[in-house]
Design a protein. Structure first.
Lengths: 736, 285
């Protein structure tokens, strides 16, 4: 049963062309915002301008009176559950008597033209009584506290370094705004075409709010323009469905760019206090840490983010004594939830800054102090969990350190801080180098029943064997469609593989998040293929497949693959699970909460114009263990993209909030790195197989985002000598 | 919304006179953003892209005359040596797509305090040529801006182009929080003329309008060693930087703090002075 077909092109370990690649580059890919139905209406959302207010009344008269308007709905029109949520059902579909953050949806409109819908929404009169807003996490209501205690809480050490660190509110900044099309169905249900990360969790929440059984709410994945966590929560799913059911017409909703900033959750801003104690030769004795996360107005996935921050919060280091408290609070800021790195990002900025501080207190090289404490196979996490499988922390660090130094600049303006903006010809420019390493859990944790479903069908098409793979897993741009086909080719030895559009007519695949889909849906596809193969072999009493032939134990050809399938297609559906995880003890935080750990290290080289505070990242070197590069090109893409997102957090990306109001909801002022900000990268991919995962693979998507941020900031510190305890680092922090 | 498409300059002026609330559109890189964001719904658009003379440039006596519809890309490619300051500024505008479509006339039309073409035009002492069916007038660019996004342009007028005296040493530098595609946190342009022994400056994104640092100009033109073109004493550069910063009235906003802007302006002033002066010393008279 472990026989894997060799010799089929485009299998596991190769990088076949992805089907959406050319289309996207040419601008021809159909995103969810391109959906169309002939008689469709357009939806629009009225949102709260206030971070906190009581709603005394909503007058929709003027909106309804506008010609072309078909429906104006408020919370009173929500037939089922009035609230939804990923972990805690606390978020109103439409505000009920109170708004708790700026941008909270209050009413929705359907009209025959998008502009009419927007104008109608603007005519709705909402009588607000503005209330004081809580915009400081520490003053908010506690949502979850995750303590971790291991060893002696009163341990002391020769050398102690302390620090307070802050991470601003980062946005996922996906390019395709929230959008979808809801089509009312004859059975009283709705067909929803939607860009999302997890069809089934949307299905359940939408069905609950519509008061319909799940089978009457059918979801099909539409073209997703990036996700990064921002599509885990509902946005317009219920709204469009409500409007469609109300009007009996298909309803399309597309958020504009500005609205998109209010349409999804963001990365939790964090304030973190750390104390590291070490021996004089640089061995960590204890870490005490307190992490405060701003969860915003509704829970979203905050409770899991807090658990990640706590359990991963001292980094990939062996520390005998740990006192960790991570807490997340409700405030009247926008809700925060999933974003690539999921709680591990914030903590990594703090613990890596601390490791650098410790190195300088000890007079040690920053890599050296990390090496002396690097976790390895068999190390104990502060949760008591033993790290199984490869944990090449030291190896990754040594690899990035030993890469040749970044080249000196050629003097071309584009290589200078400021680029062609011509702010320096070398004046004030100082080079710095910094390191970072991080740890991330892969897949869902804390005892969550994490599974993925795959249906695989082997049949003859035009006399040739062909495979159809059907899952509900969301291709969000990461290349999952390609990976599913690769796995089927490898397992069944059939080159011709079609991956059906993801929808809810097959079981749940779980979310395209937590770096889990190649592991989970890949694992399910592999298992389903194996089941198909077993059924196929059983038909003729064969032992294995090779080169399109069924062979006996002794290797004799029993039959042609095509002739065996000729007796009828073979279809198998498999629900596949990773090894179970367990909850954390609520008092001590002990428990085998995670199923797999992933590691990446970064070395950043920067040139800083120390007089103007402008930074040009010159080069980034990274090393990451991926267990098995199922698609090497896609792996590299994830590492480049994730690193860029981490660089963005280090240097520019922040949703700026003042008193609960977003000041920069646009790409004019929410800056993400351009190609001129992202330096060339050297990517070192290690493949150290995990004994428990399909093909030994390790989740790839998140680790690059985690350690790139502290590496870039460390490099800027090295160049400037400034403490830089907050990201993103702004020019005024450097010159101030 | 009406879409007016004149094909000659006279037709364009007549259309603007007949429809004073029609919004001219050149590259559309500001206008279309405003329409998309629903910030503006004018009764009519007046498309200027078919008016050929707007896209031409040539000489007018000893001045260079550039049509309002010349794109940033063409400024860089065709006028880089004659108008180096404006070309440097053009190079910092948006992305290649924006530079292909965006025009200096459109930048003036928007009159944003952050418009990147403005500081080099101020430093070079440019004239803006405004026209209507009533006639033509030439306004010094430092009298063109009246407030944030406001100018002296009358409702029946169009911007025909701008005029500058080519030559001298010019520099432009812009601070942004990323290395491309960024609105200026602040910017500075400098123009030095050996012939007239004069100094021109332009400050962007650090006051309600783009503006000159007049006191800094006067100070520097007095202090520079025009005769022997000797090195600029550090104290002079320092003082020049301070005077430039003092001319601005920056605010704190999402892009930066007022204090940072003042500091950055003084640094940019010193640096651009060093580069421009070095050009003279190396090139000779
Ligand atoms: C992505 C992006 C990036 C950008 N980056 C920058 C940047 O880095 N720096 C910068 O300065 N700007 C930037 N801009 C703004 C814009 O590109 C510039 O202001 C540009 O110069 C506008 O020129 P246009 O021809 O596109 O003007 P349009 O949008 O066509 O017009 C702009 C205004 O000028 C008026 N107008 C145009 N021509 C005339 C005329 N002949 N007579 C009278 N009025 C006229 C219009 O009515 C309108 O009010 C950016 C814009 C975008 C979308």
């Amino acid at each position: 049963m472990t026989t894997v077909e060799a010799g089929v092109a485009g299998g596991v370990g190769t990088s076949p062309k992805r089907p959406d690649g050319g289309l996207k580059v040419r601008g021809e890919f159909a995103f969810s915002s391109d959906l169309w139905a002939d008689d469709m209406l357009w939806g629009a959302t009225l949102r709260s301008p206030h971070p906190h207010a009581r709603i005394r009344g909503i007058d929709i008269t003027a909106a309804v009176a506008l010609p072309g308007v078909y429906a104006v709905l408020t919370h009173e029109d929500v037939p089922g559950a009035k609230r939804y949520g990923l972990e805690i059902v606390d978020q109103p579909v439409l505000a009920m008597g109170e708004v708790k953050y700026q941008g909270e949806p209050v009413a929705v409109v359907a009209a025959d033209h998008p502009e009419t819908a927007r104008r109608a929404a603007a005519r709705i009169v909402v009588d607000y009584e503005v209330l004081p807003a809580v915009t400081e996490a520490s003053l908010g209501v506690l949502l979850r506290h995750v303590p971790i205690r291991t060893g002696d809480p009163d341990a002391t050490a020769d050398v102690v370094v302390t620090g307070e660190y802050q991470v601003g509110m980062q946005d996922q900044a996906f390019l395709g705004p929230e959008s979808g099309l809801a089509v009312p169905a004859e059975d009283g249900g709705v067909d929803l075409y939607i860009a999302t990360q997890w069809l089934h969790v949307d299905q359940k929440q939408v069905a609950d709010c519509l008061g319909l059984p799940a089978e009457k709410v059918r979801l099909t994945l539409a073209g997703v323009g990036g996700a990064f966590g921002a599509r885990e929560d509902l946005s317009m799913q219920v709204h469009a469905s409500l409007l469609a059911l109300h009007t009996g017409r298909p309803v399309k909703m597309v958020y504009g760019r500005e609205e998109s900033f209010f349409g999804h959750v963001h990365r939790h801003p964090a304030t973190m206090w750390y104390e590291h104690g070490a021996t004089r030769d640089g061995k960590l004795v204890y870490v005490k840490a307190k992490i405060v996360l701003d969860g915003g107005a509704y829970a979203s996935s905050s409770t899991a983010v807090a658990a990640n921050a706590a359990t991963l919060g001292i980094g990939p280091y062996e520390v005998p004594n740990v006192v960790m408290d991570a807490s997340v609070y409700y405030t009247n800021n926008p809700p925060c939830g999933a974003m690539r790195g999921f709680g591990a990002v914030q903590a990594c900025f703090a613990y890596e800054s601390q490791m650098d501080k410790l190195a300088s207190a000890l007079g040690l090289d920053p890599v050296e102090v990390r090496l002396r404490n690097a976790m390895t196979t068999g190390s104990r996490m502060p949760t008591g969990q033993i790290v199984e499988g490869p944990a090449p922390v030291a190896d990754l660090l040594i690899r990035v350190r030993s890469a040749p130094p970044a080249p000196e600049g050629s003097g071309d303006l584009r290589e200078m801080p400021g680029g062609v903006s011509n702010t320096t010809h070398g004046e004030g420019v100082v080079r710095g180098i910094g390191y970072g390493i991080g740890i991330k859990n892969v897949a869902f944790s804390e005892g969550f029943d994490d599974y993925a479903t795959a249906r695989v069908r082997l049949e003859l098409i035009g006399g040739e064997p062909a495979v159809l793979v059907h899952t509900a897993a969301a291709e969000v741009g990461q290349g999952l469609v390609t990976v599913q086909a690769q796995i089927a080719r490898t397992e069944l030895g059939v080159e011709r593989v079609t991956v059906a559009t993801a929808d809810t007519s097959v079981g749940s695949a779980g979310s395209s998040s937590a770096s889990r889909q190649t592991y989970m849906t890949g694992g399910a596809v592999r298992a389903a293929c194996q089941a198909v193969r077993a059924a196929l072999l059983a038909r003729v009493g064969g032992a294995r497949l090779d080169g399109g032939k069924v062979l006996s134990d002794s290797g004799a050809v029993i039959a042609d693959l095509a002739s065996v399938i000729g007796d009828g297609p073979i279809e198998e559906t498999v629900e596949w699970r990773h090894r179970p995880t367990y909850p954390l003890d609520p008092v001590t935080g002990q428990g085998n909460a995670h199923v797999q750990y992933a590691f990446a290290a970064h070395r950043a080289t920067v040139d800083v114009d120390v007089e103007l505070g402008l930074v040009r990242v010159v080069e980034i070197v990274t090393a990451q263990d991926v267990g098995k590069a199922v698609n090497p090109l896609a792996v590299e893409g994830q590492i480049h993209g994730g690193t860029a997102q981490g660089l963005g957090l280090a240097l520019m990306e922040e949703i700026q909030m003042v008193d609960g109001i977003v000041r920069n909801p646009s790409f004019t002022d929410y800056l993400i790195p351009t190609i001129l900000d992202m330096p060339p990268m050297k990517v070192d991919v290690l493949e150290m197989a995990d004994p428990h995962s399909p093909y030994g693979l390790r989740g790839v998507g998140e680790p690059p985002t985690i350690s790139s941020t502290p590496a870039v900031v460390a490099a800027v510190r090295a160049a400037t000598g400034k403490a830089l305890t907050r990201v993103p680092v702004r020019p005024e922090h450097i010159v101030g | 919304m009406d879409f007016l498409r004149p094909s000659t300059w006279d037709e364009a002026l007549a259309a603007k006179a007949a429809h004073p609330d029609a919004v001219p559109i050149a590259g559309g890189t500001d206008v279309m953003v405003e329409l998309n964001f629903d910030r503006r719904r004018p009764p009519a658009l007046l498309d200027l892209t078919r008016v050929a003379p707007l896209t031409e440039w040539g000489t007018d006596g000893d001045l260079l005359r550039v049509g309002a519809g010349v794109s940033y890309r063409r400024i860089i490619e065709e006028l880089g040596s004659r108008l180096p300051g404006l070309a440097m500024a053009s190079r910092t505008v948006g992305s290649p797509q924006i530079r292909n479509r965006g025009t200096v006339g459109g930048n003036l039309g928007s009159a944003s305090p952050a418009g990147d073409a403005h500081p080099p035009l101020l430093a070079a002492g440019a004239l803006v040529e405004l026209a209507s069916v009533r006639g033509v007038r030439r306004v010094p660019v430092d009298g063109f801006f009246r407030g944030p996004k406001r100018s002296v342009l009358e409702p029946d007028e169009l911007i025909a182009g701008f005029l500058v005296r080519p030559g001298g040493a010019q520099q432009f530098a812009k601070v942004g929080t990323r290395n491309a595609m960024v609105i200026a946190v602040c910017s500075f342009a400098l123009s030095l003329s050996l012939e007239t022994r004069s100094v021109g400056t332009g400050i962007g994104s650090a006051a309600p309008t783009p503006l000159r640092a007049t006191e800094a100009e006067e100070f520097l033109s007095r202090e520079l060693d025009w005769e022997a073109r000797g090195p600029v004493p550090p104290s002079v550069a320092q003082r020049f930087g301070e005077l430039v910063a003092a001319a601005a009235s920056p605010i704190d906003d999402v892009r930066g703090t007022a204090a940072y802007r003042s500091h950055a302006l003084s640094v940019l002033a010193r640096r651009t002075l060093a580069w421009a002066w070095k050009g003279f010393r190396e090139v000779g008279p």
